[in-house]
Design a protein around this ligand. Structure first.
Ligand code: NAD
Ligand code: DAU
Length: 357
């Protein structure tokens, strides 16, 4: 048995692979294009591990995907690959359309052809799990109930619109062709190996570097935070027990305004790495121009996955954010290589021997 995971050199996919292989010997084929967000240094501990096969490539490369499916005969395909950063989607949406929409379509086509040729028992056991986001549901008012799986789609950024389109394609492949798909829509993740363009890691690395901590607008936008390893355990649970064709919202019931997140990060750094002059890192907070079209509030109602699959997060926000800050303090080399761009050489210098493509 094997699973094929796309985008597993990124933040969540790499955490997923590390957790998967810590708990199981089932091999993983990792197909990742290695955009700026793909960092094989995160998977350095698997360098000599025969259970992990890395292939550099695009989910939109139908020929490559078909070859990998034929060669490895996976029992499941998990699609993490995406362009994921909202700010980048505002500046240059093209890559988001290509990967999140066209790429997902090509991947679905290759998977449909492979799945159609499987023997009946393998065909009914096969799963295509699509990793998506709460942003497809749009923005909530301050007192609106949290997003359920039946909330209407109202994406507001090129990123969320492209993810919404991919969700619709996945749904259509189940409805039209019977492909056994599972879709998960998760809230904001945080934790180890998070690229420091996103709020929490950016605040940690900027604080330590003595740089401003840029808070968009009034800082009162609300996000619902989930420790990345809890997202990974939820995906494993959905893969094991989710019903084909169903959607599962994943979240940790941790709504917080951005400014509170930034103050929490500063307070933890004040405690764990106090500044020599004893001033708080919060003095570096700087309010900046707001993100265009900025969604005000996201909140996930995670009762379906708890009720139907018995999944609950293991971390509270307090325990997860402390672990996260501690991880960044303990791993300055990973951060330095991301900042210098040296992580992009990793595939050539360290990984070439085990890379397939
Ligand atoms: P990320 O940007 O850190 O990683 C994305 C990975 O996909 C990278 O390794 C990149 O190289 C790879 N990739 C990009 N285009 C590709 C292509 N065409 N073919 C193959 N690989 C490609 O993203 P992430 O934060 O790990 O998010 C993973 C998934 O989870 C995404 O689908 C995202 O929409 C979803 N998601 C993220 C969050 C979050 O808070 N980060 C929350 C909910 C859902
Ligand atoms: O909700 C799930 C989504 O969470 C995922 O689908 C996306 O892939 C992921 O990037 C994330 O999107 P956000 O836009 O919510 O994450 P980001 O870390 O970019 O921003 C979090 C909040 O912090 C948002 O309200 C914007 C704000 N922000 C962000 C940055 C980078 C700031 O105030 N300052 C910043 O410098």
């Amino acid at each position: 048995m094997t699973i094929l995971i796309t985008g597993a050199a990124g933040f969540i996919g790499a955490n997923f692979v590390l957790d998967w292989l810590a708990q199981s010997d089932e091999p993983v084929v990792n197909l990742d294009k290695l955009t700026y967000a793909g960092n094989l240094e995160t998977l350095a501990s698997l360098q000599d591990d025969a259970r992990h096969t890395f292939v550099q490539g695009d989910i939109g490369d139908a020929e490559l995907v078909a070859r990998l499916l034929a060669q490895h005969q996976p029992r499941a395909v998990l699609n993490f690959a995406a362009e994921s950063h909202v700010d980048r989607s505002i500046h240059s949406p093209e890559d988001f359309i290509q990967t999140n929409i066209v790429g997902t379509f090509r991947l679905l086509e290759a998977v449909r052809a492979y799945w159609g040729g499987l023997p009946e028992d393998a065909k009914s056991a096969f799963r295509f799990l699509h990793v998506s986001t709460d942003e497809v549901y749009g923005s909530l008012g301050a007192t609106d109930p949290a997003f359920t799986e039946t909330h209407r789609y109202e994406p507001n950024s090129p990123y969320s619109a492209s993810k919404a389109a991919s969700d619709h394609l996945v749904r259509a492949y189940h409805h039209t062709y019977g492909l056994p798909v599972l879709t998960t829509n998760c809230s904001n993740n945080y934790g180890p190996y998070h690229f420091p363009e996103k709020l929490i890691p950016l605040m940690i690395v900027n604080a330590l570097a003595g740089k401003p901590l840029p808070v968009y607008g009034d800082g009162m936008q609300v996000r619902d935070w989930l420790y990345v390893k809890d997202h990974c355990s939820a995906i494993r649970r959905v893969l094991d027990a989710g019903r084909p064709g169903e959607v599962y919202n994943i979240g940790g019931w941790n709504e917080k305004p951005n400014i509170e997140i930034v103050h929490t990060v500063c307070a933890l750094l004040d405690e764990l790495r106090p500044k020599p002059d004893a001033n708080s890192y919060s003095a570096q907070i700087s309010y900046v121009k707001d993100r265009p079209g900025h969604d005000r509030r996201y909140a996930i109602d995670a009762s379906k996955i708890e009720r139907e699959l018995g999944w609950k997060p293991a971390e509270t926000f307090e325990s997860g954010i402390r672990k996260t800050v501690q991880w960044y303090l303990a791993n300055p080399e990973w951060v330095a290589h991301v900042q210098s761009g040296a992580y992009r050489d990793w595939v050539q210098t360290q990984y070439a021997a085990t890379a397939e493509a």
